[in-house]
Design a protein around this ligand. Structure first.
Ligand code: NAD
Length: 382
């Protein structure tokens, strides 16, 4: 079924890739790399030049994504190279020590070494796990990210965060490890589930809101074209997000300063994901409500003008993202989880609060009763 869908999409696809490639550079001295973005890039011969030259390649993916895009990626590998394909179950639970060791076993038995290349083909789950494998195999081999979900294209494939989960929490085992290249084909989004696409849009809206007023206006103007999967517009949107992320990462690779602002809505969001049980709410869905909560707090405390909250609300609502939670969520439990968020050192709750599009700040928040009222206003129980 998935293969048939892919064939139909290829037939209807008319974009001429080569002229439309947008290139974003992540500046990190000798670890700098390019992000190439264009519709149908995976079906273009020119994408072969984007990969590091190796004798051995491994593609890490899952069954669903492999059925759709593995053949295209195989065609852009150098002819004389060998290929090992490793498929992982399509689930967040694949970011596990067991899957990590299984992949290591396969690659070490195949004699992969530092000059081999691992290609992550899939969403953020594949990207994070494959990234961690590449980072630690012989202390680091070449990594290429070919993200296929919107979240991975605008966020997780850029910046070098790699991780697996531990039974005590998400992303607790990992490191920063930059890829050699990121190759983004927005045409892959046509096969992505609508709910997953919307969840990725929450991250796009986040970028627009925290980093760039012009981009927010652009998103509002182009929202119908984005919903209609207009390829040049999607490519432009992804490219803009990657530029923002690249700038932030270049300035603060290890998240000791400015990069933390990318967590707008995430302290609330992580708590919502956690209380609901991971998997019920998608990350982007939780971030959607989280951004509204942080913005409402900013408005209530005269940090931000209400018109910006209204603009955020209408964009999130246009992309069918959740705008509230329910009484199943206990506000006391949410707050205790927010304190456990990784940004919060020494029992101080730190929140990214917006002042206006393009300007936000990290604030130490002490007024717990205001937080409880806010959560109840968004539908939470006591
Ligand atoms: N490294 C980072 O900086 C970073 C940032 C944000 C999130 N993450 C991580 O990313 C993960 C979430 O990523 P995600 O939202 O991409 O989830 P995901 O990887 O689970 O992908 C979502 C679903 O879409 C499917 N899919 C992906 N591309 C597809 C396509 N083109 N067509 C059809 N189906 C497709 C996947 O198989 C999966 O079922 C989490 O583990 C999170 O911790 C990492």
């Amino acid at each position: 079924m998935a293969v048939l869908l892919k064939l139909l999409l290829d037939l209807f696809s008319t974009a001429l890739t080569d002229n439309l490639v947008s290139k974003v550079k992540v500046e990190l001295a000798e670890q700098s790399y390019n992000i190439d973005i264009a519709a149908n890039l995976l079906n273009s011969d020119s994408s072969r030049q984007l990969l590091p030259q190796s004798k051995q390649y491994a593609i890490i993916s899952n069954q669903k994504v492999a059925e759709l895009y593995l053949e295209s990626v195989k065609k852009i590998l150098p002819e004389q190279s060998s290929l090992t394909v490793c498929l992982i179950p399509d689930s967040e639970t694949s970011k596990s020590p067991e899957q990590y060791l299984r992949l290591m076993d396969i690659l070490l038995k195949e004699n992969f070494n530092r000059s081999s290349t691992i290609i992550a083909l899939g969403g953020g789950v594949v990207g994070d796990l494959a990234g961690f494998v590449a980072a630690t195999l012989h202390r680091g081999c070449n990594l290429v990210q070919i993200p296929t979900s919107l979240l991975a294209q605008v966020d997780s494939s850029v910046g070098g965060k790699t991780a697996i989960n531990h039974q005590t929490g998400k992303n607790l085992i990992g490191c920063f490890y930059q890829p050699k290249a990121v190759v983004i084909d927005p045409a892959t989004l046509k096969t992505l589930d609508q709910r997953q696409f919307a969840a990725g849009m929450a991250e796009v809206i986040k970028y627009a809101f925290i980093q760039d007023d012009t981009f927010l206006q652009w998103l509002e103007d182009n929202a119908p074209a984005i919903k209609a999967f207009d390829m040049p517009i999607l490519a432009e949107m992804i490219s803009h997000c990657c530029k923002i992320k690249a700038l932030v990462v270049s300035a603060d690779e290890k998240e000791t300063g400015q990069r933390v602002l990318l967590n707008f809505g995430h302290t609330f969001g992580h708590a919502i994901e956690n209380v609901s049980g991971y998997g019920k709410w998608l990350h982007g869905e939780a971030v959607s409500v989280g951004m509204l909560m942080a913005s409402k707090l900013a408005v209530d405390n005269q940090l931000m003008d209400e018109q910006y909250l209204k603009r955020l609300h209408s964009l999130l609502s246009y992309f069918d993202l959740p705008l509230s939670i329910s009484t199943d969520f206990s506000s006391v439990e949410l707050i205790s989880l927010m304190y456990r968020d990784k940004k919060n050192l020494n029992q101080k709750l730190q929140l990214v609060l917006p002042r206006r599009p393009g300007l936000s700040e990290l604030v130490v928040w002490r007024d717990e009763s205001a937080l409880i009222s806010l959560l109840i206003e968004f539908g939470a129980g006591k």
